[in-house]
Ligand binder design. Structure first.
Ligand code: NDP
Ligand code: MG
Length: 404
């Protein structure tokens, strides 16, 4: 049991975190959970401490961390609860933990992902927002630190699996002349078939109820607006080193084909499987080997007809906003991500309507000043400015202008 690889699961109480712990549990002869982190969910992380007995646990929220420390000590567990602002980074850089699952949601995951990259870890990257806002910096940090970034996002993991070995890591696809395009599939989310009128009245409950995937609330809303696919276009550009014209988006409501690579001889390689994140998690964990993920085998008889269609750009304007941000450059991706995090939060809190999310994103992207961030400090300043801008237009009720 001594040569088991140590894994840190950042965001262990989330949907990806829980699936990761499940995959590790099935492969205990190879991996051990050495550290787990969350934000505020003390109850759940305490239960995970009991079950997995990690060496470390940490929480971003200081009060929650104190509460966890008391509970862990009352239970006499062998887990050290780290306190203080740098505790998540401390885990991400621990030299005795070679594998880091980056599964914190949103911009909040950036610091620890960067630290893991500088510290030469194998990063299982679920936290797409860190690649969206800091693609160049993160790739450079991984290069400098000799880290390996394996995508967990199902589409990117599918593309990763369909790429030639020499292009899987290090954003080198543009150097591969035989690769024509990357094809990202999208389920289309719960509102794929609604009219523009019907979209005006959708509720939070409907938006977080994804037809195929069981995910956290933020990414579920992103899937419903298709901002998720927009963020994934940006993520793919940085992960694989392509420009936005080399990325095609196809709506595929069954979520069986997770994404594809088109080659110059007309071949298209696709990765298929059940809609279960344990497949890409297991792939990222064990690559280039394969391990059991607990996922049911794909039953072709049940897949009577796989459908593929072009996305509806009118009802889902967020898709094009991502391409726009990539064309503009100069930090526009940071602005778009910040606006979207604010808009989604406000939608979940009931302060804006579903359709306002695209309006906030569009208006902030077009009007908030941005400039190319050259450092993490630049990037954080830009993120803060864009958040304030988005908050302001929501408060001032400028939303109807947004889509004009
Ligand atoms: P969840 O909302 O389910 O979980 C988020 C995790 O991050 C929780 O552990 C949460 O802790 C923690 N967290 C939240 N805010 C902070 C913070 N400020 N600082 C530190 N930790 C924090 O999200 P998902 O698991 O759905 O998604 C995680 C990431 O993976 C996202 O970037 C998402 O886009 C990506 N992803 C998710 C997929 C999915 O199927 N769910 C698919 C592909 C990508 P707490 O529980 O205490 O709040
Ligand atoms: Mg995805």
């Amino acid at each position: 049991m001594t040569d088991r690889q140590a894994v840190a699961v950042l965001g262990s109480t989330g949907s990806i975190g829980v699936s990761t712990l499940d995959v590790i549990k099935r492969n205990q002869h190879r991996y051990q959970v050495s550290a787990i982190t969350a934000n505020k969910n003390v109850e759940q992380i305490e239960a995970q401490c009991v079950e997995f007995q990690p060496r470390y646990a940490a929480m971003a929220d200081p009060l929650a961390a104190e509460a966890l420390k008391r509970r862990v000590s009352a239970r006499n567990l062998n887990t050290t609860v780290l306190l203080g602002e740098g505790s998540l980074n401390q885990i991400a850089e621990d030299p005795e933990i070679p594998i880091v699952m980056a599964a914190i949601v949103g911009f909040a995951g950036l610091d620890s992902t960067l630290v893991a990259a500088r510290s030469g870890k194998r990063i299982l990257l679920a936290n797409k927002e860190s690649m969206v806002v800091a693609g160049h910096l993160l790739n450079q940090a991984a290069k400098d630190g000799n880290a390996t970034i394996v995508p967990v996002d199902s589409e990117h993991n599918a593309i990763f699996q369909c790429l030639p070995k020499e292009n899987q890591l290090g954003a080198t696809v543009s150097e591969a002349r035989e690769i024509e395009r990357l094809v990202l599939t999208a389920s289309g989310g719960p509102f794929r078939q609604l009219s523009a009128d019907e979209m005006q009245h959708v509720t939070v409950e409907q938006a977080v109820n994804h037809p195929n995937w069981d995910m956290g609330p933020k990414i579920s809303v992103d899937s419903a607006t298709m901002m998720n696919k927009g963020l994934e276009i940006i993520e793919a550009c940085f992960l694989f080193g392509v420009n936005e014209q080399q990325i095609e988006v196809l709506v595929h409501p069954q979520s069986i084909v997770h994404s594809m690579v088109r080659y110059c001889d007309g071949s298209v390689l696709a990765q298929m499987g059940e809609s279960d994140m344990r497949t890409p998690i297991a792939n990222a964990l064990a690559w280039p080997q394969r391990i059991d993920a607990g996922v049911s085998p794909l039953d072709f008889k049940l897949l009577a007809g796989l459908e593929f269609e072009a996305p509806d750009m009118l009802n889902f304007p967020c898709l094009d906003l991502a391409r726009q941000a990539l064309r503009v450059g100069k930090g526009a991706n940071v602005v778009l991500n910040a606006a979207n995090e604010i808009a989604v939060e406000r939608f979940i809190d009931g302060q804006v309507r579903f359709v306002d999310i695209a309006a906030v994103n569009a208006y902030t992207l077009t009007h908030c000043e941005s400039s190319e961030p050259h450092s993490v400090a630049d990037l954080k300043a830009l993120d803060m400015a864009a958040r304030s801008y988005a908050e302001e237009i929501i408060t001032n009720g400028q939303l109807s202008v947004g889509l004009a």
